[in-house]
Design a protein around this ligand. Sequence first.
Ligand code: DQA
Length: 150
Amino acid sequence: MKLLLMNGPNLNMLGVREPAIYGHDTLASIEDMVRLRAAELGVELDCFQSNHEGALVDKIHEAHTAYDGIIYNPGAHTHYSYALRDAVSSVSTPVVEVHISDVDAREPFRAISVFDGVVLEKISGRGKQGYVDALELLVKQLSDSSDGGC
Ligand code: DQA
């Protein structure tokens, strides 16, 4: 099983960016934490971050053949990028949406996600643990669906 951990705009600034909201961990340390859990589960994990919508669209298209699932924090794209929503619905690769902060408890615009209905699940407000929870959920889902049956 091979998964992609993908982060959108401004998430490269974790550790510096509004620590009262997003915590003090850097993106690199969060990626290391998720990689460690992935290794324990016997899963391969690649990490990708971009501030550019087109690069993220391209990566989702690539995931169609390269990955079994995506853990995705779309950052502010969550609230307005129909291009990224369409990219997610263009591929059959399951996606779990992650937000470090509780987007429903912040400014009203953050409660809107264009990914509603095209992601497997949305995990919000669990801090960095949300990424690990998303990994475990995807692994369980993918293992269950490969269990066979008719
Ligand atoms: C975020 C929440 C978004 O509203 C914001 O634009 C981000 C980060 C989160 O992880 O809590 O960049 O996705």
